[in-house]
Design a protein around this ligand. Structure first.
Ligand SMILES: Cc1cc2nc3c(=O)[nH]c(=O)nc-3n(C[C@H](O)[C@H](O)[C@H](O)COP(=O)(O)OP(=O)(O)OC[C@H]3O[C@@H](n4cnc5c(N)ncnc54)[C@H](O)[C@@H]3O)c2cc1C
Length: 385
């Protein structure tokens, strides 16, 4: 403890769960100590709206959450920085710049990175990803360049490949198609998925519907196709095929970020932090975590999706609040993930594909609902809300 009865809680990352912790702490301040938030940027960006940003439907500010402001509203301090490792006993955090911060409690909500980022040759140099937002901004600039070149030459000599067949990848493919179409450019677009089916995280009806709409929008789908390297003009597949691509977007799955991999806390087989149902490290160290960076020991089936990170927020807040106050008498709050959730994929043609309790529906109402839910989510974290 930094002073008698005074604890220091360090929140790493401004992810979905931490912004909820801060929002609730702004409504009712934590007692027992101080909150320090460390994140590489004072702003977080809601990924559910990134495909809309790539399409040009949203400005960057529409999906921006001011974490610095939220932290101050919660009575805490924001510090720009990137955590490199958390001590096994949870009593200190090492930053990438070498600084070491002493603390009493740590919570990480630092997300994940696309799998293969470190291993696949050429990926880090030649491919775009969606996060952080600077990478989406760079992707938009690359698509605009392709469009400008096509206008100049009267035809497009470029091609786009998207690696990954999950919800984010499918939405980004539709978004790029819509952006090029709006500019009057016909652009060859290929979606490359290693598994046999699209949208493996959902029931097969969702994948079939998405596959049909992708074909209707002239987006080629290569399933059972494992991308093994990226060059400036191609994506190479494990079976030897070469997919022409001058703009490659890599959205293949979720892998742990360096902080998660490099800290000596207990992990699952994929190196995500293992937490119990109170979202605390299973070692019992005063370290908590939520969102993509953790593996729930009691619910290993939970996918890496923002909706789960959002629902973990109030549980994390309750347990951090109790730990900060030194309240060992009250029962801790347990997280019970929902087995199914509403999913809506924007097909960037004024409609969306919606899945709810096993039913799949496509239409304008689905897109309206998605836009409403997304903007209401971001608004919750704005001043005056
Ligand atoms: C294009 C796309 C669309 C998607 N759409 C959806 C959707 O519609 N619905 C859905 O449920 N899921 C969606 N997902 C998945 C979703 O984005 C992730 O599951 C979600 O963002 C995970 O949230 P999180 O809170 O774990 O972390 P994030 O929201 O990724 O936040 C991580 C935070 O940690 C910070 N950080 C990173 N490293 C460090 C470090 N070392 N030290 C300190 N801070 C750090 C980051 O800057 C960021 O603020 C989508 C993903 C993509 C790529």
């Amino acid at each position: 403890m930094t002073a008698q009865g005074h604890r220091r809680l360090v929140l790493l990352g401004g992810g979905h769960a931490h912004i909820e912790v801060l929002r609730l702490a702004a409504r009712r301040r934590f007692t027992g100590g101080e909150i320090l938030v460390i994140s590489p940027s004072a702003h977080s960006h809601y990924t559910g709206m990134i495909p809309g940003f790539v399409r040009g439907a949203y400005t960057e500010s529409a999906l921006t959450i001011d974490v610095d402001w939220l932290t101050r509203a919660a009575g805490g301090t924001f510090q720009e920085g990137c955590a490199a490792a958390v001590a096994t006993d949870g009593r200190s955090v090492k930053l990438e710049n070498g600084d070491v911060l002493e603390c009493d409690l740590v919570s990480a909500d630092v997300g994940s990175e696309p799998s293969g980022l470190r291993e696949v040759p050429g990926l880090a140099v030649h491919a775009f990803t969606a996060r952080p937002i600077a990478r989406s901004r760079a992707l938009v600039a690359a698509i605009e360049l392709v469009i400008a070149r096509a206008h100049e030459r009267g035809t497009s000599e470029d091609a786009v490949a998207i690696v990954g067949g999950g919800g984010g990848a499918v939405e980004i493919a539709f978004a790029i198609r819509a952006r090029a179409e709006a500019a009057g450019v016909s652009l060859p677009l290929t979606l490359i998925e290693a598994k046999p089916d699209l949208l493996p995280e959902f029931e097969s009806a969702m994948g079939r519907t998405a596959g049909r709409v992708l074909r209707n929008r002239s987006i080629d789908v290569l399933a059972n196709a494992k991308a093994t390297s990226v060059t400036p003009t191609e994506v190479l597949l494990a079976d030897g095929r070469r997919v022409p691509s001058t703009v490659t977007v890599w959205l293949g799955g979720a892998a742990p970020v360096a902080l998660t991999r490099n800290s000596g806390l207990p992990k699952d087989a994929l190196h995500f932090w293992a937490v119990d149902s109170t979202l605390r490290a299973i070692s019992g160290a005063p370290v908590w975590g939520a969102g993509d960076c953790v593996a729930l020991r009691d619910f290993p089936w939970v996918p890496k999706a923002g909706v789960y990170a959002v629902c973990e927020g109030p549980v994390l807040e309750a347990n951090l609040r109790a730990a900060m106050a030194g309240d060992t008498h009250r029962g801790l709050t347990l997280y019970h993930p929902q087995s199914s959730y509403l999913s809506i994929l924007d097909t960037a043609d004024g409609r969306a594909i919606m899945r709810w309790k096993g039913h799949v529906f496509r239409g304008r109402a689905a897109l309206w609902l998605k836009s409403y839910i997304d903007s209401r989510f971001v608004d919750r974290y704005r001043q005056g809300s």
